[in-house]
Each structure stands twice: as structure tokens, then as C-alpha cells.
Unconditional design. Structure first.
Length: 230
């Protein structure tokens, strides 16, 4: 019997690749997706994607969704308190490991490991130290489809917000930007790919600049087919 695991799910490409990697490795069974949602905005924290699209992803993947609700002005202490409570609940239900799609940021890995240790849990990083250029190409060639939901304009021009994450997007990236946006240069929302039962239907809406830095493209749920599988 495969060991149950919870996957930290941002809705983006690294989460999707981590899910794919976990399933291919055959050691764990993904018990649920865990996503941080900001109260009031009702959107995925940092990425800014609506909860309705997050739920549509989980439904298409056939996986339960667990959300950690954090306040609008969330301090690090607030975040840790919420996450510790949620993780302790999962641990009490027999979940001993949590996976994340981090690739090479050592400080982020250490932070997650310490936070999980408080709840008596271990961390798993299925994409750790994979080449980000290769991962980006693998994502595209495997049939995943994603759009850029948020851009850090201190690192990348705001015009990249709302674009499809495809070969042309990668070709247009400045050399200073990681192909997977691992340093937070951009964030994506995945609408289709191998693990999805059906595409998540959405379209690009208004683009807004927040905190004089982050350019968001509001992704809107819509009826009808999403991406068309080739």
C-alpha cells in the first residue's frame, strides 16, 4: 500500500510537475492538495487566482482540496500559526509527509522542513535540483497548458502577465529570469495536462498592478471547453 502524502498546491506549473513526478515514482499516494488562500480576497495567496478555479483544478484532478485560510495582512507569525494548525490536523489523520514543488531555493526548503517538523511531519521535494530549463520544456512537451497569473515587475516586464506559458514565452524571457520563475519572477495557473480529467475553462480578464510591483492578470472562470488537447 502506498504511503499517503499531501501536496502543497499553488495551482501553478511546479505543483503540477511535482504531482506528476510523485505519481510516476510510485512511492506515495496523493491524499489531498493543500493551498493557502487569503481571506476576504478568496484567492490563492501570492498567485492571486480565484478559489473557484482552484476548486475546478482539484475536481479535474480528482483530489480533495484542503485550504489554509490566512488573513489579508499576514505576518510570518500568522502564517506559521495557521499552517501549524492545519498540518497538525493532517498529521493527526495519519499523514506523515508533505510534498512541495520547490526546485533549488535552500532557504525555502529549510523553512518548510522546520515548519513541518513542528507538526511531526517530513518534507518531500520531488523536483529538487532538477534543471529548471529542462523542467520548463518538459512541462510544455508533456502536454500541460498554463497561463501566467502574476509577474514581479521588478524582475520581468508586466506585459508577460496573462501570456501562455509556452515555447515562445520561454524564448522571450530575459536571461536574468529563471525559466520556471523559481525566484518568484512570475507565477502560473495550470488549466490542463496529463493528470487532468478535463481542461479547466478560463479566460484572461483585467490586468492590475498591486503594491506598485506585482502585475496580476485576473483569470476568469468560463463555460465551455478550456484548452483543446492536441
Amino acid at each position: 500500500m502506498l504511503e499517503p502524502i499531501v501536496l502543497l498546491w499553488s495551482g501553478g506549473k511546479d505543483s503540477a510537475l511535482a504531482l506528476q513526478s510523485i505519481r510516476e515514482a510510485g512511492r506515495f499516494r496523493v491524499h489531498a492538495l493543500l493551498t493557502t488562500v487569503t481571506e476576504g480576497f478568496d484567492r490563492i495567496s501570492i498567485h492571486g487566482v480565484r478559489r473557484s478555479l482552484l476548486q475546478a483544478q482539484a475536481d479535474s484532478l480528482g483530489l480533495p482540496l484542503k485550504t489554509a485560510e490566512i488573513p489579508k495582512s499576514c505576518s510570518n507569525a500568522d502564517y506559521e500559526a495557521v499552517m501549524t494548525r492545519v498540518l497538525s490536523e493532517l498529521s493527526g489523520n495519519g499523514i506523515g509527509t508533505v510534498a512541495a514543488g520547490d526546485i533549488f531555493l535552500e532557504d525555502v526548503r529549510l523553512y518548510r522542513e522546520r515548519l513541518l517538523e513542528r507538526a511531526g511531519m517530513k518534507a518531500s521535494f520531488p523536483l529538487w535540483h532538477r534543471d529548471t530549463g529542462g523542467l520548463a520544456l518538459e512541462f510544455i512537451s508533456s502536454g500541460f497548458r498554463a497561463s501566467v497569473a502574476c509577474v514581479d515587475t521588478f524582475a520581468l516586464d508586466g506585459s508577460f502577465a496573462g501570456r501562455a506559458f509556452d515555447a515562445q514565452f520561454l524564448a522571450d524571457l530575459p536571461e536574468s529570469v529563471d525559466p520556471c520563475g523559481e525566484n518568484g519572477e512570475f507565477h502560473t495557473f495550470v488549466g490542463d495536462g496529463p493528470p487532468f480529467r478535463c481542461p479547466v475553462a478560463f479566460e484572461a480578464g483585467e490586468k492590475v498592478l498591486r503594491d506598485e510591483r506585482f502585475r496580476y492578470c485576473d483569470l476568469l472562470p468560463r463555460r465551455g471547453a478550456g484548452y483543446q488537447r492536441q
